[in-house]
Design a protein around this ligand. Sequence first.
Ligand code: PBG
Length: 337
Amino acid sequence: MAEHWNKHDMDFLGGRRLRRSRRTEWSRAMVRETVLTPADLIWPLFVIEGQNEKTQIKSMPGVERLSVDLCVEAARAARDAGIPALALFPNTPDHLRSENAAEAYNPDNLMCRALSAIKSAVPDIGLIADVALDEYSSDGQDGLVRDGEILNDETITVMARSAIVQAKAGADIVAPSDMMDGRVGAIRAVLDGEGFDQVQIMSYAAKYASCFYGPFREAVGSGSRLRGDKRTYQMDFANSDEALREIAADIEEGADSIMVKPGLPYLDIVRRAKDNFNVPIYAYQVSGEYAMIEFAAAAGALDRTRAIHESLHAFKRAGANGVLTYFALEVARELGR
Ligand code: PBG
């Protein structure tokens, strides 16, 4: 076969040579379709009690839990690097976790103190507060539990109260990450009723029951408590049409923006969301995805920096308006150089 091949046989190309535009860096830059900027990056922070305190997270090398004063410093660094917003997650002290998750609506809880400290020191960065009960409950579930059942409507009542104390403390965006039915509508109604009609809701609308959250649960201290799994509320990873129903419901209930989570294994969902809905869409490069890159790079299997940049571009290419990523500060600084 090969010996009969000659240049003439390339006529079928008809002059089309797609490699032409890839020959040089300037040309690749001209045809590049997606651009990553610091404004695309949202940085999640884990908050702990104490002063000048940081603790390591074994399954997330390079990420530390920070006391409130260090969160303020981190917020300054993020603002200076062009990051538009932070997403806060508290590691609530054990003795404050309870079956009814009442700490979630304590106006002086760790989350609220972090929100107000950052808001007053760095007023020009957006603050996203996670609204979910797993950070406050003794069961590690995102909902109240009765006889092994995750209660929907009772959970929403607690979440709405939690969103109010967060808004009062300075949250600009509340982000329900639980997947109970109706929580966006309930939170919107309660926020409006209390005069917080300018507080946005970023809904974790298409959130899957995923093994990729493992390291996060170590970070917030809920993992060792969790009995069972979250499959009666978070979505089945086999489904995609269902994600569109979840997103549609949340938009109808008043979500200002929606999130798909996890990220990289769910880019098809990001793309379907982008094609079907006209709201800002965020994707979460979750803790397990972070860990995969870090551990693979540490083992010499991947070029760490290139893996980070490639994965973040993939989110944008799929249609995400922004990405929650533990790499945010590092990447924003690199991009700003
Ligand atoms: C739940 C919540 C989780 C994450 C964010 N909010 C974990 C879960 O649903 O069990 C995971 C984020 C990550 O893995 O980085 N409140």
